[in-house]
Ligand binder design. Structure first.
Ligand SMILES: [Zn+2]
Length: 250
């Protein structure tokens, strides 16, 4: 454990996202995910791999691949409540970020071995080019370390949490006016094309088609009546002419 604050990014991200997105149970799980990469000490202790091996300290558990796997497991986990895929995706993303925060904090300290960031693609250790947190020659336990961590990790995380809260407040404030502009634009884009019809039926269009159908029906009825009239007239004239011919023959 290189810092006391490995759990803190989980709390800061939860505060930034809001309790509707990240509840307290998920936040606790996030705190566990943010600390769990240091369980690799167990593998070193059991002599599974040396300290600097791929499965040693700051090895595979301190990689982006491991964070991704943790997020995927969380998203695909069968839970009792009927969670939507959107909620599962958000929970998975949150837990992946919490897990990835661990190697990030370790990597920003200027002391200690580097992380195997690219595992499982590459097990070799890579140091970050920027390691600003001064931890060299600072004892692992004590007030000096606590103060340094409060300054370099605590303050940025408080800013992150407050930034998230401010963004959410802004979104709430501007949600209605943004919708007022964006919804007609979206409907316009939909009605113009892309093979998508607008959700609401076009009233004028429907009325036009209805009127045209009615006109056609009326026209057909009139033609039928005219045809019958013509037929009747024709038959009458023929009968008359036949009658006249018969009279002449006689
Ligand atoms: Zn670590």
């Amino acid at each position: 454990m290189a810092t006391y604050f490995h759990f803190a990014p989980a709390v800061a991200l939860a505060v930034a996202a809001g309790t509707r997105t990240v509840g307290w149970r998920l936040m606790l799980l996030g705190a566990v995910c943010a600390v769990v990469p240091d369980a690799d000490f167990l593998l070193v202790w059991l002599r599974f791999d040396p300290y600097s091996g791929t499965y040693g300290h700051r090895g595979f558990t301190h990689s982006l691949g491991f964070a991704l796997v943790m997020g995927l497991i969380a998203a695909l986990w069968r839970r009792p409540a009927p969670y939507s895929w959107h909620q599962r995706g958000l929970a998975g993303l949150y837990l992946a970020l919490c897990t990835a925060s661990h190697p990030l904090l370790d990597g920003l300290l200027d002391a200690g071995i580097c992380n195997a960031w690219l595992w499982p693609l590459d097990g070799t250790r890579h140091c970050l080019g920027w390691r600003p947190i001064p931890m060299q020659h600072v004892a692992l336990w004590g007030w000096v370390r606590l103060g340094t961590e409060m300054l370099w990790i605590g303050v940025p995380l408080v800013l992150l949490a407050n930034g998230g809260m401010a963004l959410r407040a802004l979104h709430r404030r501007w949600r209605a006016p943004i919708r007022l502009v964006s919804q007609p634009v979206a409907t316009g884009v939909k009605s113009v094309g892309f093979g998508i019809r607008p959700n609401l039926p076009d009233v004028r269009e429907t009325r036009f088609f209805r009127e045209r159908k009615e006109t056609n029906r009326r026209l057909q009825r009139r033609r039928r009546v005219e045809a019958m009239d013509w037929l009747g007239r024709e038959l009458r004239t023929r009968r008359i002419s036949q009658g006249a011919g018969a009279a002449w023959d006689e």
